[in-house]
Design a protein around this ligand. Structure first.
Ligand SMILES: *Cc1c(COP(=O)(O)O)cnc(C)c1O
Length: 720
């Protein structure tokens, strides 16, 4: 691995472009994106907004621009804003906690979704981690991320002619991605030796810079490692149980060792989902090696750590056989000062076989949280078995409801509109309800014009993709219709985009096809449905749901008004949450721990029609969107599906469709825009990234939280 940054020649006058492209700061600053677009608009589009690739392919053009006064003044201004951001000494964190300067949080996550040019995330969990890092950077929270670089990333999705998901893996070309290898001072690739039980391998390390935050990602695809060991970091969520265990050992234990090897001190530790929970053991091992007893060491580690659990779905919690765990840890446990039984007990759940990573994390962390108020309640119920002496309400798991990084997800024009009506400092005050109250004062025409432009952008993206496929002779004509070639920008457009996991019930709205057809083909007031999402590569039942939708999308009798968009990722997600009219979410409650796509949509003025689960149970106020099954309906099985589907049809027929198509003399749907404004106004301040990260700082990693004795924490203290 070479460092392309070093080898890369850029004209001297614009040399700072190199720093700019290697800091993902550009991804949430429109001025920087505009600069890249100016370099080569078409390349910007065809590289899917990857400025490293763009710049490397534009050398002659850069020589031209280095003599272009207009470009240079915009370049200078972006570099000035960039430097000011990086050097800012008066961030929220610095002002509020001057005494905590440099007290770093080490944030462990198996995936990070920072930008679509780095495909090392699968879905909500990773994107939350990415949003957390960006927000921490904005607020000045000293945070460092630890994770994996997956040379083949997560699965890419192609849909075959008969609607079956094809799993495509492509080796990522790091030389054209916003990522750099960590090097030693003498200019060699930095390598870490990792030994644990039968594992003995070399680990290379990559760095991604996200504003002020740095992510260090481990990679085992290194010469000298066996073929099997190279696969450890090969793919996100690939491989069998043994591979998964090896990954998680490296992530947790290797992550701590990497911090030490890079000489990066950390004060607090945040375990984002159970995958990295082995981290706790390594911290304890260090303290035991320094002379502490296991109990003292564990208490100390608990006092500095927080664990966030992300799902009530059983399959989302990793369980390994005790035999397998023993194979890897049979020398390690004595280094913890434990015997085999005591050690295995850490991963046990009463009444279940095996070693459970969530159990380990819950037992070893001092602070624990779910990701919405309801998920906190569900998690306390789910894990009461670990605290048999406590009443369910007293199980020490609280909640911090997820938020989204507004500058990443908000459509740019809407952001400018907010500057005009909410004040230049709305981004810093994004968690202030009073700031958003001013949304009421934005003229309806302005909101509507911005929205219609977003919708046109979404349809253009879909048409462009279909056209590319057509030109490459890679698709039949009927397949292009499934991609959205016939979509109508005037029609009410309903978005449904998320992973195809069973509990999300993607096909619920297809339950009564005759009734749905009536809505889709209504001559004056049609609706159209736009789906996207991947199934886990090994999940055939998820793939079967995709196929069902795909067949309808191809069926001429639905008039091209049902669409399935391939390869859902952050790029597609942005266009979706900005360009649909309505966001549909119908999971089987209470299995959606939070759900964040609906938040992204809501802040763009795209209200939800959603089951009251996850964030929507907190966010819904009766006028900022619509609830499914509001009058009870908490069951499961066919009867619950039928009731929820009926509710969806009724709400669409009686409320949503009429409101959307009710136009004033100016052609603008003022009643609908009222809901859009309510949605922005009520959701943005409560579900933005700043609110979320400030909660984590206040409760877990700021000075206010630090003195709390870990084991003394109860739910009452963890912000219910
Ligand atoms: C936001 C997002 C998700 C998570 O959405 P949910 O509503 O939690 O299912 C998944 N994938 C992508 C690409 C996203 O942007």
């Amino acid at each position: 691995m070479n460092d392309p940054y070093k080898q890369w020649q850029v004209p001297e006058r614009v040399a700072r472009l190199k720093d700019l492209v290697y800091n993902l700061w550009w991804s949430w600053h429109p001025e920087a994106r505009a600069l890249f677009k100016e370099i080569d608009r078409n390349l910007w589009r065809t590289t899917y907004h990857n400025p490293v690739l763009l710049l490397q392919s534009s050398l002659p053009r850069l020589h031209q621009l280095a003599a272009d006064e207009g470009f240079l003044s915009r370049y200078d201004s972006v570099i000035r804003i960039f430097d000011e951001y990086l050097e800012d000494q008066y961030t929220w964190f610095a002002r509020k906690y001057p005494q905590a300067k440099g007290k770093r949080v080490a944030y462990f996550s198996a995936e990070f979704g920072v930008h679509n040019s780095l495909r090392i995330y699968s879905g909500g969990l990773g994107i939350l981690a990415g949003d957390h890092c960006k927000t921490a950077s904005d607020l000045g929270v000293p945070l460092v991320g630890l994770g994996f670089m997956y040379p083949q990333g997560y699965v890419q999705q192609r849909i075959s002619v008969d609607g079956w998901q094809q799993n495509v893996y492509e080796q990522i070309d790091w030389s054209v991605s916003p990522i750099r290898p960590v090097m030693t001072p003498s200019g060699d690739n930095f390598l870490m030796n990792f030994n644990l039980g039968p594992l003995n391998l070399q680990v290379a390390v990559w760095e991604i810079v996200v504003g002020r935050v740095r992510l260090f990602l481990m990679d085992t695809h290194v010469e000298g490692n066996s073929a099997q060991d190279r696969e450890i970091s090969g793919r996100l969520y690939g491989g069998d149980r043994t591979m998964r265990l090896r990954q998680e050992i490296l992530l947790g234990i290797g992550g701590v060792r990497l911090l030490r090897a890079l000489n990066i001190p950390a004060e607090h530790y945040h375990v984002n989902e159970g995958h990295s929970a082995f981290m706790f053991l390594e911290l304890v091992r260090e303290a035991v090696a320094a002379g502490k007893s296991f109990e003292d060491a564990a208490r100390d580690v608990a006092g500095r750590s927080v664990f966030t659990t992300h799902t009530p779905v059983e399959a989302g919690h990793d369980v390994f056989s005790e035999g397998l765990v023993t194979e890897y840890f049979n020398r390690y446990w004595s280094e913890l000062g434990l015997g085999q039984e005591q050690f295995l007990e850490l991963g046990r759940v009463p009444g279940q076989a095996g070693w459970n990573m969530t159990s380990l994390a819950l037992k070893m962390s001092g602070q624990r949280n779910g990701v919405s108020k309801r998920h906190g309640i569900v998690s306390r119920h789910m894990w009461t078995k670990l605290w048999p002496e406590k009443k369910e309400d007293d199980v020490p798991i609280g909640h911090v409801t997820n938020g989204v990084h507004l500058s990443t997800w908000l459509q740019q024009d809407l952001g400018w509109t907010f500057f005009k009506y909410l004040g230049r400092d709305w981004p810093e005050k994004q968690d202030d309800v009073a700031v958003w109250a001013q949304v009421a004062g934005i003229p309806d025409e302005e909101i509507w014009r911005a929205h219609m432009r977003n919708k046109e952008e979404l349809f253009k993206l879909l048409r462009d993709r279909a056209r590319d496929r057509w030109i490459s002779r890679n698709a039949e004509a009927s397949q292009l219709l499934t991609q959205g070639a016939l979509l109508d920008p005037q029609a009410l457009t309903i978005g449904f985009a998320r992973r195809f996991a069973g509990y999300k019930r993607a096909t619920l709205i297809l339950r009564d096809l005759a009734r749905l057809k009536g809505l889709l083909l209504d001559h004056w007031r049609p609706i159209q449905l736009v789906f996207a999402g991947k199934s886990h590569p090994a999940d055939d039942s998820g793939k079967a749901l995709i196929q069902q939708i795909y067949h309808l999308a191809k069926d001429p009798s639905f008039g091209g008004r049902i669409v399935f968009v391939e390869d859902y990722d952050m790029h597609v997600a942005r266009y979706f949450v900005q360009g649909c009219d309505l966001w549909l979410n119908n999971p089987l409650a209470p299995l959606e721990a939070c759900g964040t796509s609906g938040i992204k949509a809501a802040v763009n003025g795209v209200p939800s029609l959603s089951v009251l689960d996850g964030w929507w149970e907190e966010g819904y106020n009766g006028v900022n969107g619509w609830a499914i099954g509001a009058s009870g309906g908490r069951g499961s099985g066919d009867a619950a599906d039928a009731a929820d589907a009926e509710d969806i049809y009724q709400t669409l027929e009686k409320k949503i469709v009429p409101l959307f198509y009710e136009r004033g003399p100016d052609g603008i749907p003022h009643g609908w825009i009222k809901v859009m404004k309510e949605s922005i106004k009520t959701v943005a301040p409560r579900f933005c990234g700043n609110r979320m990260v400030k909660d984590y700082v206040k409760m877990f990693y700021g000075p206010e939280a630090a003195p709390q004795a870990a084991s003394a924490r109860t739910t009452a203290q963890v912000g219910i």
